[in-house]
Design a protein. Structure first.
Length: 507
């Protein structure tokens, strides 16, 4: 069989031998493939899933690296039900169409829509976990990206239904003021009402106002308002511009919906709001994120309450000549309109009496299960900055549940008698997204604050190193051992990942 030529009589035997050899090779290749390549079959429901924290621990990789490996298909990853599309189908269609036709990044538009839905709900509905623990739909959100990343257009699209409502209300207010002044000039007996009352301007949006003016506007619009800044830097840079107090602490109270009041000079009556609803949304560039973390805003938990929307791809996109297949502006306005049109009751003081949405039993079990996992992740986290961020997701998760349940009702996908399991699962997927973006933002903030010496040490360190190796490299760059170890400790979770005792990796 090893000879260069065979006779005709030997041909059948040669073919048979060759066929057997090919079958044996195919079998061996199949066995090798099984050994080298993990099966990518979808696991059965009985399979035990692991979270991102446990995956990082097992693989010895940073979270961002694990997410990248999963996206690239290099490690098997399975999403929980609803994670692929946390938003209702009607909203998904709007987001996809706006992305295909106008190039609006999906992350920016979907994130801004969550804030808009929350504003549409306002103080009319609360989610109740237990007892009197009620959460409203208040969100503080920043759309983060490089200049030209198309942040403003998606934000304007999401907020447009409210700008149109405010425009209509303002026009009515101007006419009402004209009539009010005309009535005041008339003799008492000729007036339509003996004692005319000054009209109030109904509105949803504010952009630049002192805390006192904002609370006055809110007292006239108790359903809720939104601080909308195209450039979010203008918001936090104006903190304490009009007073010597701490505006950060003031906004912390508003995030928690704590009772707020103001005593304005020259006004007889104080403004008091028992349950404020003021959300915040705007855009910010990567390069000035460190300004957001200046002063006491990192130590007092202010930055922990911000949700960051940050797409992976921030490159400028070419225009598309595709026309929308349906009126996406009208479709979005219909969803917001249904939320805004919800009737509500008020008490004797004029405060809104909120409708309470409890959690369905299975939804509550799932939420508690997630919270235990989040607690474990917080306790394992070595970076204090991320530990603070993760702690706040306990509250964000409940607020996401409320927002998603209500918008699913507005889209005709569910009722609003209680928060169901679907909303909880989708809320958890949103938390996972915002955890990942919070990690990236903290990395950018720390990177912008690195000294030249720290940058040099970072550049010289290999992807994986022991403490001893790091100390030697640091010494070569004139960094003392104690300073290097403190550098590693402070930036673990941001620039470094602890692989095992005494071994670290760069993120």
């Amino acid at each position: 069989m090893l000879q260069n030529s065979i006779t005709f009589d030997e041909l059948p035997g040669a073919v048979s031998s060759l066929t057997a050899l090919v079958r044996e090779l195919v079998k061996e290749v199949g066995e090798l493939r099984k050994m080298l390549t993990p099966e990518r079959t979808i696991p059965k429901s009985a399979t035990q899933f692991i979270g991102i924290a446990e995956a990082c621990q097992i693989l010895g990789k940073a979270k961002s690296t694990v997410y990248d490996l999963a996206r690239e298909g290099k490690i098997p990853a399975y999403k929980v039900p609803g994670e692929k599309g946390a938003l209702p189908m009607k909203m998904q269609r709007i987001v996809r169409e706006a992305n295909d036709c106008y190039g609006y990044p999906v992350d920016y538009l979907a994130g801004a829509m969550l804030v808009a839905v929350g504003l549409g709900i306002g103080n009319t509905h609360f989610a109740r976990l237990k007892g009197k623990w009620d959460e409203s739909a208040i969100l503080f959100m920043a759309l983060v990206g490089r200049p030209g990343a198309c942040k403003s257009h998606p934000l304007n699209f999401a907020i447009r239904p409210f700008t149109e409502l405010d425009g209509k209300a303002t026009r009515a207010y101007v006419k009402a003021c004209e009539e009010y002044e005309r009535q005041r000039e008339l003799p008492m007996k000729e007036r339509s009402e003996p004692h005319t009352v000054a009209p109030i301007c109904k509105r949803f949006l504010i952009s630049d106002a002192t805390p006192e003016a904002m609370l006055l506007i809110h007292s006239q619009n108790l359903r809720g308002i939104l601080m909308w800044n195209d450039e979010l830097a203008g918001w936090f840079k104006n903190f304490n511009r009009y007073n010597k107090g701490s505006d950060e602490e003031y906004w912390l109270k508003l995030f928690n919906a704590n009772p707020s009041f103001s005593d304005r000079k020259g006004v007889k009556n104080s403004v008091y709001i028992s349950r404020p609803f003021i959300s915040v949304v705007g855009t910010i560039q990567n390069g000035i994120l460190n300004e957001l973390a200046q002063g006491s805003r990192t130590s007092n938990g202010f930055i922990d309450r911000l949700l960051f929307v940050m797409p992976d791809n921030q490159d400028k996109q070419p225009w598309s000549d595709k026309e929308p297949s349906f009126d996406i502006e009208a479709a979005w306005a219909d969803i917001i309109g249904k939320l805004v049109a919800m009737p509500y009751e008020t008490d004797t003081d004029g405060n809104i009496v909120a409708n309470i949405l409890p959690f369905a039993p299975e939804a509550k079990v799932r939420l508690y299960e997630w919270q235990r996992m989040n607690t474990e992740e917080c306790n394992r986290e070595e970076c204090d900055a991320l530990k603070g961020v993760y702690n706040k997701f306990d509250f964000h998760a409940i607020r996401f549940c409320l927002i998603l349940q209500m918008v699913r009702w507005a889209c005709g996908e569910s009722d609003k008698s209680e928060i169901d399991l679907v909303s909880v699962e989708n809320a958890i997927s949103l938390v996972d997204y915002f955890k990942a973006t919070a990690t990236r933002v903290q990395g950018i903030i720390r990177d912008l604050s690195l000294s030249e010496q720290q940058r040099a040490v970072m550049s010289a360190l290999p992807d994986e190193f022991t403490t001893e190796q790091g100390v030697e490299i640091a010494a070569d760059n004139s960094m003392p051992e104690r300073t290097f170890k403190d550098f590693i400790r402070r930036f673990t979770g941001i620039h470094f990942q602890k692989i095992r005792h005494g071994v670290y990796g760069k993120i």
